[in-house]
Design a protein around this ligand. Structure first.
Ligand code: OOG
Ligand code: NI
Length: 451
């Protein structure tokens, strides 16, 4: 019997290899990792309670592993092959994100693990966008881009062979897994040479920088990686001192006692030198470093409240620098309940219920109300971490790294069916995953206590 490597292990190996490659390619990213580690260490020293809580949730060990990266591809074939590549590492497409709404001609999903154990082992995910050439008005430019894309193969023969092999065998051996990681990594490597001449690059760039980024290179270079910070405001403050240019504002909700969803910021993309076909030298700006801080996943009701308050605060905070922007956000979000009990009572966030030691010893009890069982010390509720992305925040990240480029002409073009057709599969509904996890935990607790 040959034994196969666990998908989680392959993902862990891959995410570490990706991080090592990106640190070599973008030294400033290594500096960002050091800054995040320094701030995380200080937070843990100053807040033993947080350190205890993280340790209790088995979070301390994996604090330093990257949480996500992002790539952009140009064709349906590339996207569907990526789906098969990520499946080798236990990552499946979750969620549909329409970025056309924000003036960026892509739509996206996140390839990520979904099981609790897999997330606990290594939650690495890749935000993956598909270029939407159909949104480009200029027919000649559109066809030129499509024909350039039709010429390239972003996967190495070894990667293709090992993906087939995984599908045929139902897994990879240790030696195959290592070869797969090395081969898969090639797809995401940076290329100093463009596949097109300067004029073609310029023409595509003039339509939208993202189009040039996707079309003019041999492959979909990883454009950022994102470690997890315990204090995003502090990292943002310290970035300039270590030579980084932070994006203007932190995306997402304001700082709170009970963190919700996802807060993100980045250092701005670097201008890098490129050799174009015909030996002409030029530059391209695409790669950056990002940080994220995650909180509890919201229910559809909670998410609707978040979306309303976010849109109100964005109107009020437009053009403000980060400190002021955060103050306005905090003002608007003052109405968003900020205690775990209130979030549960109003059905705004997802929680996972577990028995305490006392609960396990209690035997059958009459009480069925979970809040009262929590008061009696028999049950604890733990916030379920949001594992996905936010379209408005993602648009902010895109824009700050694309020189603010946006094009109103693309808006209002969500097309999930077309995305799924290109992907060759449907995307998993992220809300259903959280709801099911909460439901299963509630049922297990009630059954255990009901005798
Ligand atoms: C992806 C931007 C979105 C996030 O964390 O929301 C993103 C990209 O620039 O390709 O990574
Ligand atoms: Ni990101």
């Amino acid at each position: 019997m040959t034994s196969f490597v666990a998908l989680d292990d392959i993902r862990d190996r891959f995410s570490k290899a990706m991080s090592a490659m990106y640190q070599t390619e973008v030294p400033q990213y290594g500096t960002l990792l050091e800054l995040v580690e320094e701030v995380n260490r200080e937070v843990l020293e100053h807040s033993p309670a947080m350190a205890r809580q993280l340790a209790a949730h088995d979070e301390l060990d994996r604090l330093s592993v990257e949480r996500h990266g992002a790539v952009r591809v140009g064709t349906a074939d590339e996207l569907s092959m990526l789906r098969r590549l990520f499946a080798v590492m236990g990552m499946v497409p979750v969620g549909y994100y329409d970025l056309s709404e924000a003036g960026v001609p892509v739509h996206s999903t996140a390839f990520r693990p979904i099981d609790d154990d897999a997330l606990a082992r290594n939650p690495f995910r890749v935000f993956t966008s598909l270029l939407r050439l159909e949104l480009i008005d200029n027919a000649e430019l559109r066809e030129r881009a499509a024909s350039i894309l039709a010429e390239r193969d972003i996967f190495t023969p070894a990667a293709r062979e090992l993906i087939d092999c995984h599908e045929r065998q139902g897994g990879l051996t240790d030696e195959q897994a290592d070869r797969f990681v090395a081969a898969a990594l090639e797809t995401f490597r940076w290329h100093h040479d463009a596949t097109v001449d300067w004029d073609t690059y310029e023409a595509l760039h003039a339509e939208h920088r993202l189009i040039a980024d996707v079309v003019c290179f041999r492959g979909p270079h990883i454009n950022h990686l994102t470690p997890r910070t315990l204090d995003i405001d502090e990292v943002q403050r310290r970035m300039p001192a270590v030579g980084m240019n932070p994006k203007e504002v932190i995306e997402g909700p304001p700082r709170r006692d009970c963190p919700i969803l996802l807060r993100q910021t980045s250092f701005k993309a670097l201008e890098e030198s490129i050799r174009f076909a015909g030996e002409q030298q030029g530059t391209h700006t695409a790669r950056f470093g990002e940080i994220e801080q995650r909180g509890v996943a919201l229910t559809p009701t909670g998410r609707a409240l978040y979306d309303r308050q976010l849109s109100e605060s964005r109107q009020r905070a437009a053009g403000l620098a980060n400190t002021e922007h955060q103050r306005v956000l905090a003002e608007v979000f003052a109405d968003f309940p900020d205690s775990e009990r209130e979030l549960r009572r109003q059905g705004l966030a997802f929680f996972e219920y577990r028995l305490t030691d006392a609960g396990r010893k209690a035997g059958p009890v009459e009480e069925t109300d979970l809040e009262r069982l929590i008061d009696q010390g028999l049950v604890v509720a733990r916030p379920i971490t949001y594992e996905d992305f936010l379209p408005v925040s993602a648009a902010g990240i895109f824009q700050s790294n694309l020189g603010g480029g946006q094009n109103e002409a693309y808006t209002g073009n969500a097309n999930r069916d077309a995305f799924e057709a290109a992907l060759g599969a449907s995307v998993t509904d992220e809300l259903a995953l959280y709801a099911e996890r909460e439901r299963a935990s509630r049922q297990a607790v009630c059954e255990a206590l009901g005798g």
